[in-house]
Write a protein that binds this ligand. Structure first.
Ligand SMILES: [Zn+2]
Length: 236
């Protein structure tokens, strides 16, 4: 099962993506995490991505697509993936579909998290991230047991540069401009499901699980089979 979680920053999709991927045994691909890791490792992708991220701008498509294609093609996702934070534009969505086709995959469902700007700002400005392991907390919704300290590893929590109020407003504006055509595209492809981002975490989780139960399972094709041409009938 291949899933995309779509929505503005602060819509709560990261939390759901993590939970769903754990309970369904899916590979959780967070482009934000992948990019931050690349920045931390100082790879060439990371160096070029860093400049954009610090300004609250989007990282160029080719950079992100390269990282994702690599991750999806790897052999550690037998049951599928949850893609979180990508695609953000129509061009990216089409490029993703093509990347998936090339490896004999497709998207089963796209969850769109609709959320008001106020909610998004409230969520993002309260977010704290662990310096050591990258775990996310929220001062109000998911507070750590001890303030400023990570429950999982004891690392120090900090506020990411792109979660500061001045950057948040810009991120939301950029997101809205970029995603308009994307929602329609997935609607036309009949894979879009809307989630109310203002719901509480449990209610949202139940709604997502319910939708996933209606989706027929499909088997992952072997890479060799993708050279046989159009095999769409293989999906059951
Ligand atoms: Zn930690």
């Amino acid at each position: 099962m291949n899933i995309v979680f779509l929505g503005p920053p602060g819509a709560g999709k990261g939390t759901q993506a993590e939970t769903i991927s754990n309970t369904k045994g899916l590979l959780h691909i967070s482009t934000g995490d992948l990019l931050r890791q690349a920045v931390k490792d100082g790879t060439s992708t990371g160096v070029s991505a860093k400049e954009y991220m610090e300004k609250g701008l989007l990282v160029p498509d080719d950079v992100v697509l390269n990282i994702i294609a690599e991750r999806i093609s790897s052999d550690d996702h037998k049951h599928g993936f949850v893609l979180d934070g990508f695609p953000r534009t129509l061009v990216q969505a089409k490029a993703l579909d093509e990347t998936l086709r090339n490896i004999g995959e497709r998207l089963d469902v796209v969850f769109y998290f609709a959320v008001s700007e106020d909610t998004a700002i409230q969520r993002l400005s309260g977010r704290r991230t662990c310096k050591t392991c990258g775990a996310n907390y929220h001062v109000q919704y998911i507070p750590p047991l001890k303030e400023g300290i990570c429950d999982k590893c004891g690392g120090q929590l900090y506020q990411r540069t792109d979660d500061k109020p001045e950057t948040i407003a810009k991120r939301l504006r950029v997101y809205k401009e970029q995603t308009e055509g994307l929602i329609d595209y997935y609607k036309r492809n009949k894979v879009l499901k809307e989630v109310k981002g203002d719901w509480d975490v449990d209610k949202t989780y139940r709604m997502i699980t319910k939708v996933l139960e209606t989706i027929p399972k499909h088997h992952r094709r072997h890479k060799e089979e993708s050279f046989l041409g159009d095999n769409s009938e293989i999906y059951s």
